[in-house]
Design a protein around this ligand. Structure first.
Ligand SMILES: [Zn+2]
Length: 150
């Protein structure tokens, strides 16, 4: 994880750090070495980091050791579909699953939807896939550029 929440041993304030660095200097003047510091929370999201620092400082203000709950990540349909299909090796089978998941999630889908899933999965272009799927009779075109899984 890229970012972490630490607590300054001198002033007892929570700080967000970028773990690419090795040390930071707290506004109180104390130099903090990450290798010797407990990470109370780790995340790759700067936004989540900011929230976690605020939460930790609120808990420290109440005299508690910060316990920051990992918030369940809000996932959109595209990322959960891309995760589900990533292990599928056969491109037509993978696309069949993408098409059927998109149909379930959205009713129908277009190139844009497939593109969003594929950007996350990192394979094939939407045009190739739609052509493959139509050829295999796994999807049909409901209107210009809009498709449904059979
Ligand atoms: Zn400090």
């Amino acid at each position: 994880m890229r970012y972490a929440v630490i607590v300054c041993p001198k002033c007892n304030k929570a700080k967000g750090i970028d773990t690419i660095k090795k040390t930071t200097t707290c506004p109180c003047g104390r130099e903090i070495v990450f290798a010797r510091t407990k990470f109370y929370f780790e995340t790759d999201s700067p936004l989540e980091l900011a929230g976690a620092v605020a939460e930790a400082n609120a808990q420290l203000g109440d005299g508690n050791v910060p316990k920051i709950a990992k918030k369940p990540r809000k996932r959109d349909a595209y990322s959960s579909i891309s995760e589900r299909v990533r292990p599928i090796r056969d491109p037509v089978e993978r696309m069949r699953v993408i098409a059927s998941e998109l149909t379930e999630a959205k009713g129908e889908f277009g190139h844009e939807d497939i593109k969003r899933v594929l950007t996350l999965t990192g394979r094939d272009t939407p045009e190739d896939i739609i052509a493959k799927l139509q050829k295999a009779n796994l999807i049909y075109e409901v209107s210009e550029g809009r498709f449904r899984s059979v």
